[in-house]
Design a protein around this ligand. Structure first.
Ligand code: NAD
Length: 332
């Protein structure tokens, strides 16, 4: 059997982690033959709750889980880590704006970046889930300069899954029949869910989503708004932010990073911009990516019309503003 993979989950006593840990532990992400060491990080007042989570994980008696460490010290959690799910943050409550969250959260990611820089493997693969996810990932990477920037990503897979599910439901097909939906930009209400390059399998025939839906007005308005506002709609209904679906999306993201994307298909991930599609270099921007040998690359050459251009630029402008506010907060 392979050596155990060291997997960090921060915010391990929280609600996303409660679903995420179970999926990771039983092999959904790193494969059914990969033993795991789970490194669970939360804050000191949550240690008792975290201990309860550890007890439950033990009681699952999952053969892949070789060791569990529960800690409030980032340097213990990140020691020699191979992969990290950065979930721990203050969650958005009903009516709370993202910018209120920013100040509280970027400092956490600065400190955790510094810890990862000192003790994690340089090959560690990091997904940031805690909001504002894109900017937190950017800050974490800035404060972990010895780890390649390509190893920091943020999650927009939940938005992609939401968009895919909306289209599947609209067309009465299965979720798996819809591919190549793109989320551009920020994991926020300015994100641009784009189906111009997406396909759907209808009765064995592959057609573009716009051809299948035959309703441009829906795709340009109601569809985009529904996906953009889905997080808020879940909070309104559940009085808690998305957790089961967020955990599933984090698993999808990390799984594809480790095992690659299929054929010509692509998935959306927040990655560091190299200037592709005219987006400012250095922003953590969600792009369509293909993954091979655990390395993502931004899909190039997609046609961008005026409608898309404006939406892609608007979400980039929000990210620039967020990043500048975050840098000011970190340097204060
Ligand atoms: N990117 C996405 O698509 C997406 C989707 C849903 C939720 N989220 C975000 O994920 C985050 C977690 O959501 P949740 O519902 O699990 O929240 P939660 O409040 O249930 O859990 C968060 C956990 O993080 C812990 N935490 C806080 N500060 C920490 C620190 N410095 N180090 C380690 N742990 C810390 C808290 O103690 C808590 O246990 C939130 O920021 C939420 O907005 C992102």
């Amino acid at each position: 059997m392979a050596e155990p993979l060291k997997v960090v989950v921060t915010g391990a006593a929280g609600q996303i982690a409660y679903s995420l840990l179970f999926s990771v532990a039983k092999g959904d992400v790193f494969g059914p033959d990969q033993p795991l060491e789970l490194l669970l990080l939360d804050i000191t007042p949550m240690m008792e709750v975290l201990n309860g989570v550890v007890m439950e994980l033990m009681d699952c008696a999952i053969p892949l889980v070789k060791n569990i460490v529960a800690t409030d010290d980032p340097k213990v959690a990140f020691k020699d880590a191979d992969a990290a799910f950065m979930v721990g943050a203050m969650p958005r409550k009903e009516g709370m704006e993202r910018k209120d969250l920013l100040k509280a959260n970027v400092r956490i990611f600065k400190a955790q970046g510094q810890a990862a820089d000192q003790v994690a493997k340089k090959s560690i693969k990091i997904i940031v889930v805690g909001n504002p996810a894109n900017t937190n990932a950017c800050i974490m990477s800035k404060y972990a300069p010895s780890i390649p920037k390509a190893n920091f990503t943020c999650m927009t897979r939940l938005d992609q899954n939401r968009a895919q599910a909306q289209i599947a439901s609209k067309l009465g097909v299965s979720n798996g029949d819809v591919t190549n939906v793109i989320i551009w930009g920020n994991h926020s209400s300015t994100q641009f869910p784009d189906v111009a390059h997406a396909s759907v399998n209808i009765n064995g025939k592959k057609v573009t989503v716009p051809e299948a839906v035959k309703n441009d007005n829906y795709l340009k308005n109601e569809f985009i708004k529904t996906v953009q506002q889905r997080g808020a709609a879940v909070i309104k209904a559940r009085k808690l932010s998305s957790a089961m679906s967020a955990a599933k999306a984090a698993c999808d993201h990390m799984h594809d990073w480790f095992f690659g994307t299929k054929g010509n298909d692509f998935v959306s991930m927040g990655v560091i911009s190299d200037g592709s599609y005219g987006i400012r270099e250095g922003l953590m921007y969600s792009y369509p990516v293909r993954i091979k040998n655990k390395t993502w690359s931004i899909v190039q050459g997609l046609d961008i019309n005026q409608f898309a251009r404006e939406k892609m630029d608007a979400t980039a402008a929000e990210l620039t503003e967020e990043l500048e506010a975050a840098l000011a907060e970190c340097e204060a």
